[in-house]
Write a protein of this length. Sequence first.
Length: 209
Amino acid sequence: MKQNEYTVSGFAGLLGSDAPAPGGGTAAVLEGALGAALTEMVCRLTAGRAKYAGHEALILDVQSRAEALRDRLLDAMEADTAAFLLVSNAFAMPKGTSEEKAARSAAIQRGLEKCTEVPLEGMELAAQALELAASILGKFNENAASDLGVASLSLRAGVQGTWLNVLINAASLKDRAFAEDALAKGRAILDRALPLADRIFGEIEASLL
């Protein structure tokens, strides 16, 4: 069964077990998916209401794009665990001869590269969802203000959680050019996403005080 097909309690139980996967990386992309879903929800609660008719085109566009991002982030849950298993399986390869050691080392590095690429993609998807959420500030059904605020928190957790996974895997890469490129891309996403998350939460909080 795919991890995104578990019940909520089933996935939480699996996450809390002593199984090495799923772990923090999978949880981080799930946070992103939840944030995108909440953004989608806010749009659905806004669309069709006369008070927000002037923003209808934007709201419907954001709704559609948030839904697509939600699905991609849910798919990334499976990709994160699959990448981890590449590394885990590589460590289990035989290492009795020099040839076996070389093959094992190469497989580990390929797995680590994948374990760096997957959370980097998760960062980007969550950042895109934050951009969508920010684009509807002041244009959405204010009764759903707290929902958009929670979306910003979930998406921030998605961005920063996947960043930690980029960091931990990039540190073990022998291809330092690959690692530094991934780190640079990740930092650029952080610089883009975190101010948006703070802005969304700040404006929502202020509107509720």
